[in-house]
Every structure is written in C-alpha cells, then in structure tokens.
Design a protein around this ligand. Structure first.
Ligand SMILES: [Zn+2]
Length: 118
C-alpha cells in the first residue's frame, strides 16, 4: 500500500460509523446494537451492510474513508455514556432520560457533536 490514495473517497455517515463501532468494536449482537441506535433490527442490518460494503471498497480501491459527522443526528438530542462510551439518542423528548441505553449507567451527559475540545 502506498501513501497515495487511489480511489475516490468513501463517505461513512454517522449511522454507518456507529453500526460498525457497535458491531465490530463493541462486539454487540445486532439486536443489542439496533436497540442502542433505536432502529429496528432490519434497519440496523441494512445500515451495517452498507457500511461494510463501503469499507470493503475503501480497502480494495485504496480509498480514504471520510467520516461525515451526521448532520441529522447531531441536530437531535444525543447522549454520551461516560461508563461504556456509547452514544444514544433520545427519541421521546417528553420523557426524561435516566440512563445509558446500553449499560444502564446514569453517568451520562448530553453529547454536543464536537469531539475535539479546545
Ligand atoms: Zn453505557
């Protein structure tokens, strides 16, 4: 592999990134991962398939992978769990959120969509 990127960039959106992170990094099953992302299991499977395909293309073509920060998602209320590090959103805005959707920890904070702090 050279330093030169040959293929066109592959853009992963936030959902795709999250599906890969939950499945292949956190090693969650699809049922748990779909719950964390608050999507149905078939929807999760579709997002995950798309993400895997893009990553495969990037590997084979030597394309850079660009992570697009999910404008849609970051406009809604996302929470970050300090305990397990997952992100989850808050579909029922009238309901107070009490804990992590994944591990149940109450150590959560609202996620602002900015990862680098200055
Ligand atoms: Zn958690």
């Amino acid at each position: 592999m050279g330093v030169k990127n040959e293929g066109p960039p592959v853009v992963l959106n936030y959902e795709e990134y999250e599906s890969i992170r939950l499945s292949d990094f956190e090693l969650l099953g699809q049922v748990d991962a779909s719950k964390v992302m608050d999507v149905s299991r078939p929807t999760f499977a579709r997002i995950y398939e798309s993400a895997r395909r893009k990553i495969a293309q990037a590997l084979v073509n030597g394309s850079p992978i660009i992570f697009e920060g999910g404008k849609v998602y970051f406009n809604s209320d996302w929470y970050a769990c300090k305990s397990c590090g997952c992100l989850f959103d808050h579909p029922q805005k009238d309901q107070e959120i009490t804990g992590c959707a994944l591990c149940g920890s109450s150590e959560i904070e609202q996620f602002q969509g900015k990862r680098e702090s200055s």
